[in-house]
Ligand binder design. Structure first.
Ligand code: SF4
Length: 412
């Protein structure tokens, strides 16, 4: 497993806790979490969603434990779940005790909603006896009213103080098996709160932008907050909170840690050029068709779809495999080297077949099996396209000339 990426800030050193069999903090790979949207009492429905979340990249899944029926559901879900289960607790400490009895791997307590010190200490003490960690899940929207008043609102200082108050209660019963989150829906506030928290404590941190909303805006907000902090070396486990099928959350979380080079590739990474005046094919259509076909196979490779053979293979030379269009043909390449030329309407089919062969046989083998004439044919197509369309296929000089004339007319 990749534990850090040299291009990012060094990961801040934190203590390590174990959520079931998943280590969190202390140099462990950044784990991905999501939360079920089913009623926890619906055991089969919840388990089906947990399996789907795991397949999409979740390492840990949280389920609400808001009533007795949910706790009873958890008792059946936990032994059958493929990933550790965290019980989400808000107002009722009895539900925390019931979730512990059900065998969950972690509790999440919201200090803004569960406020009585004696109840908090009782839960921490029980968790300690059972060796179960707790996430202190502070949320700007449900901050303790006293702290809201004291700080004049939900500020980074207020969120961090809320976590510290909870830590103080825990420490009274000798409990420190903890991870912490200080989430907010406001991205700069969330970033500020986690930065402050990371300077204050060395517990592992669970990152998230709460109530980020539906995609695509929700994805942008969550990524802005989580990626900023991860690139600064802050954060040990993450959750996207999207108003969407939670599978999208798990997939986005997984894609983010892979994109930042913090986890090994487990899923497909499709790169595609944005298209331009040089494109020889409808890049959006081909990329969509390739994505649909390749996602079904779930191959852990990077695949490139490029609009022209003039720049495509070179620009996407880091991709494991790719295809570039040119003169009604598809030019298939592996690590930038053209291995086969196919008719344009067979591009996607050929790409998928070659991707499968690549995963099965490895890069070296597939390069050995390259069509000897392909490179020369692609080079001829490349030259012909350059001659046809010239270097300035995006008509830049024409556009500059138009702007110049407009400016001249305006100054006359
Ligand atoms: S130059 Fe070619 S590869 Fe680059 S954006 Fe344009 S069509 Fe795509």
């Amino acid at each position: 497993m990749i534990r850090s990426n040299p291009a990012l800030a060094e990961r801040r050193s934190t203590r390590q806790i174990k959520v079931g069999n998943v280590p969190v903090g202390g140099g462990a790979p950044v784990s991905v979490q999501s939360m079920t949207t089913t009623k926890t009492a619906d055991v089969e429905g919840t388990l089906a969603q947990i399996y789907a979340l795991k397949a999409a990249g979740a390492d840990i899944v949280r389920c609400t434990c808001n009533e007795q029926a949910a706790a009873e559901g958890l008792a059946q879900i936990v032994p059958r779940s493929p990933v550790p289960i965290v019980a989400d607790i808000h107002f009722h400490y009895e539900m925390a005790l019931a979730a512990l009895e059900a065998g969950v791997s972690c509790l999440r307590l919201n200090p803004g909603n569960l406020r009585k010190p004696e109840e908090i200490k009782l839960v921490a003490s029980e968790a300690k006896d059972r060796g179960v960690p707790i996430r202190i899940g502070v949320n700007a929207g449900s901050l303790h009213p006293d702290l809201y008043k004291k700080h004049g609102g939900a500020t980074p200082e207020a969120l961090v103080e809320s976590a510290q108050m909870e830590l103080a209660y825990f420490s009274e019963v000798g409990f420190d098996d903890v991870k912490i989150s200080v989430k907010a829906s406001n991205v700069p506030l969330m970033i500020g709160a986690y930065r402050l928290l990371s300077e204050t404590v060395d517990f592992p941190l669970h990152l998230g932008v709460t109530e980020a909303g539906p995609p695509p805006a929700g994805l942008v907000k969550a990524t802005a907050g989580i990626a900023t902090l991860l690139s600064e070396g802050i954060g040990d486990t993450i959750r996207y909170s999207l108003t969407a099928d939670p599978v999208e959350e798990a997939r986005a979380g997984r894609q983010l840690v892979e994109a930042l080079g913090l986890r090994e590739r487990q899923s497909l990474d499709l790169v595609a050029c944005p298209s331009c005046g040089r494109a020889e094919v409808d890049v959006i259509k081909v990329a969509k068709a390739a994505q649909e076909a390749l996602e079904k196979l779930n191959l852990p490779i990077q695949v490139a779809v490029m609009g022209c053979v003039v720049n495509g293979p070179g620009e996407a030379r880091e991709a494991d495999i790719g295809i570039a269009a040119g003169r009604h043909k598809g030019h298939l390449f592996i690590k930038g080297k053209i291995v086969r030329v196919v008719p344009e309407d067979e591009m996607v089919e050929a790409l998928v077949a070659e991707a499968e062969a690549l995963v099965r046989e490895g890069t070296e083998e597939r390069l050995k099996k390259a069509d000897a004439a392909a490179e020369a044919e692609a080079e001829a197509d490349r030259k012909a396209l350059l001659e046809d369309k010239g270097i300035d296929a995006n008509h830049t000089s024409e556009k500059i000339e138009k702007i110049r004339r407009k400016l001249e007319a305006a100054s006359d």
